[in-house]
Design a binder for this molecule. Structure first.
Ligand code: FAD
Ligand code: SF4
Ligand code: SF4
Length: 435
């Protein structure tokens, strides 16, 4: 599925800035921009990230399956006969647009090769003549796109090819398997952009939670992140997934996928074996609030309902108080038996027990503090003004560590652009990251 723009479009081009694949045309500067009534989405490159729909002020950009058939064909027809544009083909990059730093080459360290770090790197290469060192503690670029986005959304993962091209730019030095700490200790950078994401799973704060599985662990394991292990045994026949965002829906889809579907999405044999042996036949998705407050998108819900064949139940207005699942703890057992008699499952505040063999929590993520930088523990972010870290000249943030763990891939593009804009306009002399 891709997205399409309808005739409601007022051509303000807000969506162009956030499209990670440069799929929306004509964009400002291109022939035809400002002369037509609408912009169009190229179905050959759209990765279905939804960023255009999030930002559109008039609700003109929609998933193709919720668009009128004529809008879908109008969008496709606009591109008929043209080659698909490689979203960020390095060959087509224009020369640096502005350069405000004097005194020779400047070196910038970008920490984290997820979407925010990749867009920050791209923007620095495009807008300045700085040399950019890009590090990630993992061996590959992509961050959560590679190891978070569900494996049955290969179209979304396409953007990784684009990220890989960025690392091959002559002024980019890509250092996989390296942490910020290793390089920063040696100094020599004029500015640092921290784009480390927000990896820590939020906690429910209930009894027995330590023997539940977090969505972060589950998707990392499914996606084959090096070193990722499933922290609990997966036990059916029923699993409860707490959370009402798209990540919770991703987890539910994977849990009810049969072996044939898992094979078609290139999931490792070991993962398929464990899922197959788990005996999971049913998933209960639990939301603390009602459907009107759910954070998942309509198209993600439709996809889940279409593939699950009634094996996923959505339950709202439910607050968990104790988990007494597979790996019982004495305190969890006590809590459960105190309220409703001994049971194996998730106890809710009204006394109801949903019997289940495994609990997965998917209630969001938060950032970890970064050594030497201020930290807002309530928001899980580094305090910043348009990307400049408060009180730490030379340090900048982009992506989830800057804004909090919200928004899809495309939002990180505009976010990184803002940070680099701030960096470039405030860097008028050598700055020490340690200052
Ligand atoms: C499970 C899941 C599924 C998602 N699915 C979708 C989807 O289908 N569509 C969509 O549009 N969005 C999706 N998103 C959202 C999207 O992934 C995020 O918007 C995006 O990844 C955030 O980018 P980031 O660069 O801030 O962080 P990340 O992607 O987390 O990247 C941070 C990078 O920094 C590295 N790093 C961290 N600390 C250090 C260090 N000290 N030294 C070196 N490197 C370090 C990490 O290894 C990582 O590669 C999903 C998110 C999750 C969690
Ligand atoms: S923003 Fe995302 S969904 Fe919209 S056109 Fe671009 S890639 Fe497709
Ligand atoms: S944001 Fe919406 S109205 Fe604006 S150009 Fe894009 S589709 Fe059209």
């Amino acid at each position: 599925m891709t997205f399409a723009i309808s005739g409601e479009c007022c051509s303000d081009a807000s969506c162009v800035a956030v499209c990670p694949m440069n799929s929306i045309h004509p964009s400002p500067g291109e022939a035809g921009f400002g002369t037509g009534v609408s912009l169009f989405i190229d179905p050959r490159t759209c990765i279905d990230c939804g960023a255009c729909a999030d930002i559109c002020p008039v609700d003109a950009a929609k998933p193709a399956d919720r668009s009128a058939a004529e809008d879908v064909s109008r969008n496709a027809a606009y591109f008929a006969g043209s080659d698909p544009l490689a979203a960020m083909d390095l060959d087509t990059w224009e020369p640096p647009e502005y350069q405000v730093w004097g005194g020779g080459p400047r070196r910038v360290l970008v920490v984290g090769a997820g979407p925010a770090g990749m867009y920050a790197t791209r923007e620095l290469l495009l807008r300045t003549d700085a040399e950019v060192t890009l590090v990630d503690r993992l061996a590959e670029v992509g961050g959560l796109v590679r190891f978070g986005v569900a494996p049955d959304h290969p179209q979304t993962k396409q953007i990784i090819d684009t990220f890989e091209r960025i690392t091959r730019h002559p002024r980019a030095r890509w250092r996989p398997g390296t942490t910020a700490e290793e390089l920063l200790g040696r100094g020599g950078f004029d500015a640092v952009v921290h784009a480390v994401g927000a990896r820590r799973s939020r906690r429910l704060g209930i009894v027995g939670e330590d023997s539940a599985c977090t969505a972060e662990d589950f998707v990392a394991w499914c996606n084959g992140r090096p070193g990722a292990v499933l922290p609990v045994e997966l036990n059916g026949p029923r699993v409860v997934v707490v959370g009402n965002g798209n990540v919770a829906l991703d987890v539910a889809r994977l849990l009810v996928s049969d072996d044939e579907r898992l094979r078609s999405m290139d999931v490792a044999a070991g993962v398929r074996r464990v899922l197959g042996a788990s005996g999971i036949r049913e998933v209960v998705l639990l939301g603390r609030r009602g459907p009107e407050d759910a954070a998942y998108t309509e198209s993600a819900l439709q996809e889940l309902q279409a593939m699950s064949g009634g094996r996923v139940t959505l339950k709202y207005h439910a607050t968990p108080v104790a988990w007494t699942g597979a790996d019982r703890t004495p305190s969890a057992d006590r809590a459960a038996s105190g309220a409703s008699g001994a049971g194996r499952g998730l106890l809710l505040d009204g006394g109801e027990l949903i019997s289940a063999g495994t609990l997965v929590t998917a209630i969001g993520f938060e950032g970890d503090p970064i050594d030497g930088l201020p930290f807002d523990s309530a928001r899980g972010t580094v305090p910043n003004v348009r990307g400049a870290v408060v009180g730490r000249p030379g340090h900048y943030v982009a992506g989830w560590i800057k804004r909090g763990a919200r928004g899809g891939i495309g939002v990180n593009k505009a976010c990184a652009q803002e940070t680099v804009q701030t960096l470039v306009s405030s860097s008028r002399g050598a700055v020490s990251p340690g200052s």
